[in-house]
Write a protein that binds this ligand. Sequence first.
Ligand code: ZN
Length: 238
Amino acid sequence: MGYRWSSRGEFWGYLATFLHTTLHAPVREPYKDLRAILRDKDYFILTTNQDTQAIKVFPEEKVAQIQGDHRFFQCSQQCTDAVWDATKKIDELYDYLEEHDTIVIPDEMIPRCPHCGAEAFPWVPGYGNFLEGSRYQEQYQKISDDIEKHLHDKHVLFLELGVGRMTPMFIQEPFWALTNNLPGAFDVMVNRNYQFLPAQIEDKGVAIKGDLARVLKDVRAQLGCCTRTFDPHKEKQK
Ligand SMILES: [Zn+2]
């Protein structure tokens, strides 16, 4: 993203390839395992991932993508809060690159705002002024509604799956605060690099340092959602 492309056409060549790759990527194993684990549960997915893996696996009403979505473009000049469908245009750009065996998008094909004609960019933070309009509000409303529905449940489990420390304010810190405040809440952190919980919720959580793909595979096996068996004693000896 930060590379100094020699032209906007080259930049869009890269962008079209990147977005086409994520949008057409098959569902990855951890998502399949998570789906199997959650099959009979009342769950909700909150994600800062924009690659649409979550909405390929779970119903859209059960997913809040709070940090943008590769399926949409926004106006670079913010002339409107509205975002619009990018998927058709991305396919068109990608097909052009393939057909012409080039990495450069011609100027006239560069995606533009339908209202003011300014250049578009993916509705994702990092390209410019990320819009927090109605679609963004909708995503937050979905997760807020779900949490409100479960505020008085006997048990609520918060799973921090590979959240990390880059943007803890979106998932991790709200989960910690809710775990601390809700009597029946428990927090499970799974991360490759970090293993800690705040002192306030030490007794209401567990931090697992490990590969998320492996952890979800093991949980799925433990719950009997697939045939692979898992012997914790054997694992310990290793
Ligand atoms: Zn515009």
